[in-house]
Write a protein that binds this ligand. Structure first.
Ligand SMILES: Nc1ncnc2c1ncn2[C@@H]1O[C@H](COP(=O)(O)OP(=O)(O)OP(=O)(O)O)[C@@H](O)[C@H]1O
Length: 259
């Protein structure tokens, strides 16, 4: 699937300040449906903060967010969900002591008259996993018993079941074994193929080439470069992450974006 003609989500001039620390210094970024954007940068560059602004976990101190061209104020994660923006955090927010189906319906359990409709949750849960070709044999298995890759897949399937237009993934493969990384990357590609705008925050540069169409580079709170995958290579990516684009970052700061 090719990317949407217009951005699904556009950020312009996004700023975030914590005390005396300006963590985001005026970020412009467009997200397109059917495209995966890699968000990379050294530690403390501002990647997680920017993701949290997009997911409603943080309210920006400046700038504008547009969804489908309309300016929106995302006042919290609940509102982000209403706007069909989902984020899967590194801790996955799963409940270890309940089963796969229970986790897929966490917080929106199917019930009637106060009684859980477990059979229906098992069936619908299975459909959710099948739709993304996720293979987990036992829907009744406690999530604590599953592998890291299976847990990550469940968290992504749960997010995907809200029919997001934007899906933010924070380091989804960082703790996984090789085969599991493959499965999760394949899953990301399937979600992308459904027309979702996927954002992948990662330090694993090899993953970028497997799922991303474009990369945005963060450096000390600025977006210092963007590259389409076909126009870059590992060398350049490493340089842009480690050094930022120092001249460009300095210029942005001089222009006042860094204040
Ligand atoms: N809630 C907060 N309160 C104060 N400072 C914060 C908060 N969240 C993040 N920061 C600061 O913002 C800066 C950017 O952090 P952020 O987590 O966004 O970076 P990152 O690029 O995701 O880094 P990493 O790759 O290490 O996770 C850091 O200096 C961090 O200490």
């Amino acid at each position: 699937m090719s990317r949407s003609a217009e951005p699904l989500m556009s950020l312009s001039g996004i700023r975030k300040v914590f005390g005396s620390n300006t963590v985001l210094k005026g970020i412009d970024l467009d997200l397109y449906g059917g495209e995966c954007l890699g968000l990379v940068g050294d530690n403390a560059a501002g990647k997680s903060t920017l993701s949290k602004v997009m997911s409603g976990a943080y309210i920006p101190d400046g700038g504008e967010i547009r969804l489908g061209g309309e300016v929106v104020h995302i006042a919290g994660p609940g509102e982000a969900r209403r706007h069909r923006i989902e984020m899967v955090y590194q801790d996955l927010s799963l409940c270890d002591t309940i089963d796969v189906a229970g986790n897929l319906f966490l917080g929106r359990e199917l019930s009637r008259g106060g009684v859980l409709r477990k059979t229906e949750m098992l069936q619908k849960g299975r459909q959710m996993l099948d739709a993304l070709d996720i293979r987990i044999p036992d829907m009744r298995a406690k999530v604590a018993m599953l592998s890291g890759g299976q847990r990550q897949s469940i968290a992504i399937a749960r997010a995907a079941s809200f029919a997001p237009r934007v899906l933010l993934l924070d380091e989804p493969t960082s703790a996984l074994a090789v085969a599991e990384v493959e499965a999760v990357l394949a899953l990301i590609n399937r979600v992308k193929a459904q027309g979702v705008a996927v954002v992948l925050v990662t330090h694993r540069l090899q993953d970028l080439f497997r799922v991303c169409d474009r990369i945005a580079f963060m450096y000390e709170g600025n977006k210092v470069a963007e590259r389409r995958m076909e126009d870059t290579n590992l060398d350049e990516i490493v340089k842009l992450i480690v050094g930022g684009n120092r001249q460009e970052a300095a210029a942005l700061d001089r222009m006042g974006a860094g204040s």
